[in-house]
Design a binder for this molecule. Structure first.
Ligand SMILES: [Zn+2]
Length: 448
């Protein structure tokens, strides 16, 4: 059935279910996927048998916490077996797999991701919620500037855009300048990209094309792949440069597109709770966190994915629950989106440090260019935290004053002193996809 263009929600029933009803639905779906995985996946059967857990132990909500958590490493080990390349993770005959993807491999050996055609339709349906909530409609011409590859995001965004009825322009083969010219030529109305690339495109537009990005008249930008669109100062920079709304989303290859910002921009992301169970647990104890504004680690279950199920998957991402959104969706809000990763949080001079907190300060300093790089190392017995930044070419402030102001803001935000180094404008890499902006060169890596 054709959706009405004026309809507020992609699924008016599911997106506005009362929380009690959502929980009932989630428990039913959780039980179903656990039973499926236990019956069909050697990986999950082994994991559950080793822990003495059986699917019939799931009698009430609290029993969910008895289900063993699965790690990316478990997938890697299970995939070393037959049938290649999915091994013991595969729950369907190999011939039923129609889609191959893999994780980007930034944290080690990639995880291979099989999907059946049913799983793949689930991907586009789940992404359709995201696009609809961000105002994507039939009238949109969506430009996707990345080369489609073995990774998931562009493919999922492409098929979901088609499902919603948008016209899609795959701009992968072009370079950044050519992509901008294509956006201009075709009068594209929307872009999907990583925050790093949205920033790079704006810079290229001004530098190479001598054009203000706002002249391209883009009406919305969907960001994913990095937390940038939920970092207030990064979001503000992108929205001002392009004179448009920028919306954040989170997805993972093993999980799905599980959380999205809506046009109300509530300072956080809705969890798609009819498709996913998102739990926050204490980083040290693993105890569930239901209260608002307490940071915890995100554990996710995808209810409807069958070829390679994802049940209580440890994402290692951090977030916190926030207040309900005014848009009318009852799906809970993760305040501030994803706040970084557990394995990136370290101790420097005894102080807990999240590298992402520096991004907020750098991008909130108008005299600085967009990119930065952080390094921590030992100099004798001392630990030194170095921030490398670039001054914008068109600002007149003297470097010493800027350095002083920046050091003060960083101290306020992190309780740490930084050594600030200014590099020549244009020196730091301008990436297309996520890159590591923090390197820990200490021999003990903060474990003291
Ligand atoms: Zn909302």
């Amino acid at each position: 059935m054709q959706k009405k263009e004026t309809q507020k929600y992609w699924n008016p029933i599911l997106e506005t279910l009362p929380p009690k009803k959502i929980k009932e639905l989630q428990f039913k779906k959780f039980k179903r996927i656990v039973e499926w995985a236990y019956a069909n996946s050697k990986l999950y059967r082994r994991l559950y048998d080793d822990a003495g857990f059986k699917p019939e132990d799931l009698k009430r909500w609290e029993d969910i916490y008895k289900v063993p958590i699965v790690q990316k490493e478990d997938y890697r080990k299970a995939q070393a077996k037959e049938p290649w390349p999915y091994g013991d993770t595969l729950c369907v005959p190999l011939d039923d797999v129609t889609e191959y993807h893999q994780t980007s491999g930034t944290t080690g050996q990639p995880v291979y991701q099989p999907d059946t055609w049913q799983d793949w339709e689930w991907w586009s349906e789940m992404w359709a919620y995201i696009l609809w909530a961000q105002g994507f409609r039939k009238s949109d011409r969506v430009f996707i500037p990345f080369g489609y590859n073995v990774t998931m995001a562009s493919w999922a965004g492409h098929y979901a855009s088609e499902k919603v009825g948008c016209e899609v322009v795959p701009g992968g083969i072009l370079n950044t300048e050519e992509r901008l010219l294509k956006i201009k030529e075709l009068k594209a109305s929307a872009i999907m990209a990583s925050p790093s690339y949205v920033i790079k495109m704006a810079e290229t537009c001004k530098k190479q094309l001598k054009m203000d990005p706002s002249e391209l008249n883009i009406q919305k930008i969907l960001c994913a792949g990095e937390p940038g669109a939920s970092v207030p100062s990064t979001k503000k920079r992108m929205e001002e440069e392009w004179n448009t709304k920028v919306y954040d989303n989170v997805m993972a290859t093993e999980v799905g597109g599980w959380a999205y910002e809506c046009t109300s921009q509530p300072g956080g992301l809705h969890v798609n709770e009819a498709f996913f169970l998102v739990e926050l647990v204490d980083i040290d104890t693993g105890d569930p966190i239901e209260e608002l504004h307490i940071p915890g680690k995100i554990i996710i279950t995808a209810f409807d994915r069958y070829a390679q199920p994802c049940i209580r998957f440890d994402t290692k991402d951090i977030s916190m629950w926030g207040k309900p959104c005014e848009c009318g969706r009852t799906y809970r809000i993760l305040k501030g989106g994803v706040h970084g990763r557990v394995d990136h949080i370290t101790k420097i001079k005894g102080v807990s440090f999240n590298p992402l907190s520096v991004e907020e300060v750098v991008r909130n300093t108008p005299e600085l260019a967009d990119e930065y790089f952080l390094e921590v190392k030992e100099e004798g017995a001392a630990e030194v935290l170095i921030l490398k930044v670039e001054k914008r070419p068109d600002v007149s402030i003297d470097t010493e004053t800027l350095k002083h102001n920046l050091a003060r803001q960083l101290r306020l935000k992190t309780n740490l002193n930084f050594r600030i180094e200014f590099l020549e404008y244009g020196t730091l890499p301008r990436p297309e996809v996520k890159i590591q902006r923090f390197i820990d060169l200490r021999t003990n890596k903060g474990k003291r």
